[in-house]
Design a protein around this ligand. Structure first.
Ligand SMILES: [Cu+2]
Length: 124
């Protein structure tokens, strides 16, 4: 009886270990990628008169594939200090190698709320 119990415990342990092992291995690639900089697709969506997020946060070393989507109105983006200037449908890939806060502004005279179309891109 004791032996049977032991066998069940052993089987349960092995099953748990196998399940854990599976979980870890499926997460490992993304963690490894994060350490060396992750590649992130960043669609910035613009409406009248704001961008979809107040701040876009990344880690130093990340590569971001920026694109602009106009959901409402006609807008563009300039990111000061990162040499980014995009119109709708354009994309630009940049490596964020300098920590800091960069201002994202609309670069198209889109109307009454144009000057309030401001967001931040933060590199930590
Ligand atoms: Cu504008």
């Amino acid at each position: 009886m004791k032996k049977y119990f032991l066998a069940v415990i052993t089987a349960a342990l092995m099953f748990t270990l196998a399940a854990c092992g599976g979980g870890t291995s499926s997460e490992a690639p993304s963690n490894a990628a994060a350490a060396n900089g992750t590649v992130v697709d960043v669609p910035i969506t613009a409406t009248n008169f704001k961008f979809d997020k107040e701040e876009y946060r990344f880690k130093k070393g990340d590569t971001v594939n920026l694109s602009l989507v106009n959901k409402e109105g006609v807008h563009g983006i300039d990111i000061k200090g990162l040499n980014v200037s995009l119109k709708a449908g354009q994309t630009k890939s940049i490596v964020l190698d300098k920590p800091g806060t960069y201002q994202i502004v609309c670069n198209v005279m889109c109307g009454a709320g144009h000057s309030t179309m401001v967001s931040k891109l933060i590199v930590e």
